[in-house]
Design a protein around this ligand. Structure first.
Ligand code: SF4
Length: 401
């Protein structure tokens, strides 16, 4: 399929919208009430610090809603204003945040159900409005919705579109796209749909496995079994790793994406010689600024003397999970929660350890004076962070002045 030509013709269609509808003013007040927080504003202007009784809160200097998410949420709200009586659907959670998604449900925006790993689009009729989330949608989904005659409101973040353009460049040169990401993540599913040949590596370890295969060969069957869900149909590691380009899920750990890029650059240089590198390796910087800033702010926050770290964001939010990884690397006690309701009376917290299931920890706030580091993922509104801080203060019997 010529994905580039399809996207070009879609963008020229009257049924396709990728900007707001001029209702910014009405939407701005909803966004302000639902998502912004005066306490957080106050902490920001006090050098990201709040001291109340025995509690010191240290907020990361970059955290929470990124502009891509804010833009997507605002466009989704405007869509309801612009199409007051049409049926409106969204192909997936607009972002990985439970409160934002609940607001959309309250506005009568339907979420496409997933049955056995497949989305059920049978509910969507011609003339319905369908919103594509911030992390995009696969080209096959866009085509299906276009064929049905739906009005498509595309909130895909421009940073994600930039990665898709990169993958198109790989395809044009007949390079295999090596995508640093999670093969099940919606953004990576969408990105891989624009590629011709692709291989998805989750981390540096998997990248090293592939690099070794390129340099020394290996067990082809084992390779194919290992990446069975993470490569294009008919992928052949003995043929399709001659020339590679690097792409990424925008929310991965940026240092890991950079290291994976360097690893493949070195691998291709060793295999084909430095003077032939350009015929075998392509790389563009597609790490999103917001992800980078939040990770950098977290890296500097964990250098301070903290008793523990609270990481707030959806449990399926990749960028939030990566923030927690930074705390774990520092062996700092850290608690990942998706809403303030996880902070329970009696000094208990229900949280999700990295890669594990929800658990309840008792006495998570130490006695005496404590310093709590707080950060939140790119899809977490400030209001949620404020609610969590309020609960910590209440637990330590501190009072907000
Ligand atoms: S995290 Fe980056 S890529 Fe994702 S929506 Fe925000 S700005 Fe866009």
């Amino acid at each position: 399929m010529d994905t580039k030509a399809f996207k070009r013709s879609l963008q020229q269609s009257d049924n396709y919208h990728r900007k707001g509808f001029g209702h910014e003013a009405e939407v701005a007040s909803v966004m302000q009430t639902a998502y912004q927080s005066s306490l957080i504003q106050q902490i920001r202007s006090n050098n990201y610090r709040l001291e109340r009784g025995a509690v010191t809160i240290r907020l990361a200097e970059a955290f929470g809603f990124c502009w891509g998410v804010e833009r997507a949420v605002a466009i989704a709200y405007e869509t309801r204003q612009h199409f007051p009586s049409e049926r409106i659907w969204i192909t997936n959670e607009i972002i990985h945040n439970p409160s934002v998604n609940q607001h959309l449900r309250d506005m009568d925006v339907g979420f496409i159900a997933v049955e056995n790993g497949q989305k059920d689009f049978s509910v969507v009729g011609g003339g319905d409005v369908v919103i594509l989330p911030a992390f995009g949608a696969s080209v096959q989904e866009m085509q299906l919705l276009n064929d049905k005659g739906c009005k498509i409101v595309d909130t895909t973040c421009p940073w994600v579109s930039k990665v898709w353009n990169t993958v198109e460049k790989h395809k044009k040169k007949d390079y295999t796209s090596i995508i640093h990401g999670q093969y099940k993540h919606e953004e990576t599913v969408a990105t891989s749909s624009f590629a011709n040949k692709y291989l998805i590596v989750l981390n540096l370890q998997e990248a090293e496995y592939v690099s070794n295969y390129i340099l020394h060969g290996g067990d082809r069957a084992e390779f194919l079994a290992k990446f069975s869900k993470a490569c294009s149909a008919g992928f052949d590691p003995d043929v399709d790793l001659e020339s590679v380009g690097i792409a990424n899920q925008t929310t991965m750990l940026k240092t890991e994406t950079e290291n994976i890029g360097k690893l493949f650059e070195k691998t291709m240089m060793r295999k084909f010689g430095p003077s032939n590198l350009n015929e075998h390796f392509l790389s563009f910087n597609t790490i999103c600024d917001a992800t980078q800033e939040r990770q950098d702010a977290m890296l500097s926050l964990v250098e301070e003397k903290l008793d523990l770290m609270l990481v707030i964001g959806g449990f399926n939010s990749s960028n939030t999970t990566h923030l927690q990884e930074i705390a774990i690397d520092k062996t700092l006690p850290s608690y990942h929660i998706d809403s303030a309701d996880r902070i329970l009376p009696g000094n208990r917290i229900e949280h999700k350890p990295l890669g594990g299931d929800l658990i309840v920890t008792h006495n998570w706030l130490p006695d005496g004076n404590i310093v709590v580091g707080v950060t939140s993922g790119a899809s977490t509104p400030d209001k949620v962070v404020e609610d969590a801080i309020d609960r910590i203060l209440a637990l330590k019997a501190a009072v907000i002045a």
